[in-house]
Design a binder for this molecule. Structure first.
Ligand SMILES: NC(=O)c1ccc[n+]([C@@H]2O[C@H](COP(=O)([O-])OP(=O)(O)OC[C@H]3O[C@@H](n4cnc5c(N)ncnc54)[C@H](O)[C@@H]3O)[C@@H](O)[C@H]2O)c1
Length: 251
């Protein structure tokens, strides 16, 4: 119960990694505000947490819109008081892989908006709130794609590389306000976003062969790193990224 008496907000909590992280921080004792652009799935996650004995509400917000994020923050505070933990997880490549030479301004802007601008809006609203209320811990979901180039993913890599430096710059500026800012960099994690791609037998076998620990990841396998960064155990840790990729980027 490392997050007892804390209030955690998780964006992209409706499915996949965000859903697993919302349930995980609830198991550690946090009250959870589940934020997603889809109201139905956000509510499903919150209901599952409540059914398991935890405290949770759901609220709808599209993180690409600052006003949505600010409204979600307001609703979260009204439900459970000041926010101590933000897991800024919403985003993804949305399956929009594209060779660099075929990229368009539209695809580029869309990718930056869904990952970098969304993370910026979330970090801005919650960073202001935490700075004004005694501090907190922010954990961004970055990606190994922030460090290692992936074919047909220049735009996604650039957006997550941006999230990495958003995180580090925020960590530097917000330390004086007792706000710690870190990230996790997942490898290949099976979620609804990519299940139809990375579990195709040939692709799965190739990815497993490239992964020293030998398997694709499950969303729950990210929970330990996030709980650590969110908790007071990480009270001297800011501006860092924990890679959770089964060793994929070692090869
Ligand atoms: N799955 C992987 O292998 C992997 C690897 C590295 C990083 N990531 C990152 O992890 C995060 C979650 O990925 P996932 O695989 O669980 O994806 P997913 O598509 O399964 O789930 C994403 C959730 O976020 C919500 N969402 C998306 N954009 C949003 C927005 N603008 N505002 C509010 N909610 C929004 C969706 O509705 C969905 O519920 C993303 O940031 C992604 O880039 C995923």
């Amino acid at each position: 119960m490392r997050l007892t008496n804390k209030h955690a907000v998780v964006t992209g909590a409706g499915q996949g990694i965000g859903q697993a992280l919302a349930k995980a921080v609830a198991r550690e004792g946090a009250a959870v505000t589940c934020v997603d652009k889809r109201p139905d799935t956000a509510e499903e996650t919150a209901a599952a947490i409540r059914a398991a004995g935890g405290k949770a509400i759901a609220t709808t917000a599209d993180t690409t819109r600052l006003a949505d994020v600010e409204a979600a923050l307001k609703k979260a505070v009204a439900a459970f008081g000041n926010v101590n933990v933000l897991i800024a997880n919403a985003g993804g490549s949305a399956g929009k892989r594209c060779a660099f030479l075929d990229l368009t301004t539209e695809l580029w802007n869309d990718m930056l908006e869904r990952n970098l601008t969304g993370a910026f809006h979330t970090g801005l609203a919650f960073g202001r709130h935490m700075a004004a209320n005694g501090g907190g811990s922010i954990v961004f979901t970055s990606s190994i794609i922030a460090e290692f180039a992936g074919a047909n993913m220049v735009h996604y890599g650039a957006s997550k590389g941006g999230v990495k430096m958003l995180m580090r710059g925020m960590a530097l500026e917000l330390a004086q306000h007792k706000v710690r800012v870190n990230a996790i960099a997942p490898g290949a994690i099976v979620t609804p976003a990519n299940v139809n791609l990375i579990t195709v037998p040939d692709i799965k076998a190739k990815m497993e062969a490239n992964t020293p620990l030998g398997t694709l990841g499950e969303p729950d396998q990210l929970a330990g790193a996030v709980i650590y960064l969110a908790s007071d155990e990480a009270s001297y840790t800011t501006g860092t990224t924990i890679t959770v990729d089964g060793g994929l980027t070692l090869t």
